[in-house]
Ligand binder design. Structure first.
Ligand code: FES
Length: 318
């Protein structure tokens, strides 16, 4: 098989020596039959997994010792590009000697790592990383078939970037914690989208259930609408008293009263003088004014955070 038929000529130098060797001379290429298995008193697992996007497919054959679940031998056939062949070959090798429960833990990142010549240098160019994902998927399918369970049994947290095995939670946490506002920042921070690029937005190499652009928009939408909301349009300081009252009531309803109600308390606005808001406690909060500033500070901090840093909250005295 000529290398130019497997990959683009310009990319050739981005492949490790191990990848180049295995794509041309895979070590575990082949198959097993039921007869092979029964002669060795082993169970044959034979599964085929394909990637619609690439048109690649890999068939994995495992010989399993039934009393221990140990994979004593394995072979594969691959119908695809050179990287898919190299990834399937090393994946097959990683399975041999492991139990099926150990094999299910092999990920495409392990496959890629095992193909590196130098631990610090990727074995394949980023855009070919997705070829190792197919190798990972076929193991899950094989183990599910061996155990007679649905493949969904082995689906963990929602993976958004399959090349880097980066979960939705990791991406969401990064956006919130670091205040990320662009896809480029997400890629920089988490690595998601930095390989084949399919998970960035629709129209990439293969379709995804959710894209980085979707997650970003979902998280930023409330922030944007909050910033463009009526309260933000006009500064608290320049509002009329009825406008201030309306804005204050809204914040109290959304962010203060539910907490007070949990302790059978409440709060009411009695007067507004400039930026000073006079309140009266209700229910169990009625003793708050004398028992300390905790509740007052909480209300003031919430109003300042949502409306204006100049707001002063004071207990009402008639
Ligand atoms: S799925 Fe390939 S870069 Fe994310």
């Amino acid at each position: 098989m000529g290398k130019e038929s497997l990959i683009g000529k310009g990319l050739w130098d981005s492949y490790s020596e191990k990848v180049r060797k295995r794509m041309n001379n895979p070590t575990h290429f082949g198959s097993f039959t039921e007869k092979d298995a029964s002669l060795r008193n082993l169970k044959l697992v034979d599964v085929l997994h394909g990637s619609e996007a690439c048109g690649d497919a890999v068939e994995l054959f495992l010989l399993v010792e039934e009393n221990t679940g140990k994979i004593t031998d394995a072979k594969f056939k691959s119908y695809g590009c050179g990287t898919a062949i190299a990834a399937a070959d090393i994946m097959t090798e990683l399975c041999i000697g492991k139990t099926v429960d150990e094999a299910i833990k092999i990920t495409n990142l392990d496959v890629e790592a095992a193909l590196r010549d130098n631990p610090d240098v990727p074995a394949v160019p980023g855009q070919k990383m997705h070829c190792s994902v197919m190798a990972y998927d076929v193991i899950k399918k094989a183990v599910a078939s061996y155990k007679g369970v649905d493949i969904k049994t082995y689906e963990e947290a929602e993976i958004v970037c399959h090349c880097g095995r980066i979960t939705r939670k990791t991406i969401e946490d990064a956006i919130r914690a670091k205040g990320l506002t662009t896809v480029e920042q997400i890629m920089e921070e988490t690595g998601a989208g930095s390989y084949c690029g399919s998970c960035i937005k629709p129209g990439g190499h293969e379709p995804k259930n959710v894209y980085l652009t979707d997650i970003l928009e979902e998280i930023l939408k409330p922030v944007k609408s909050e910033k463009s909301g009526p309260a933000a349009e006009k500064k608290f300081e320049s509002m009329t008293v009825p406008q201030k009252l309306k804005a204050l009531e809204k914040v109290l309803d959304e962010a203060v009263r539910p907490s007070l109600a949990a302790d059978s308390g409440g709060v009411e606005i009695m007067d507004i003088d400039g930026d000073t808001v006079f309140i009266q406690y209700l229910g169990a909060c009625a003793g708050c004014a004398s028992s300390g500033r905790g509740t007052l500070d909480f209300i003031q901090a919430t109003l300042r955070d949502r409306l204006s840093a100049s707001i002063i909250v004071s207990p009402y005295r008639d």
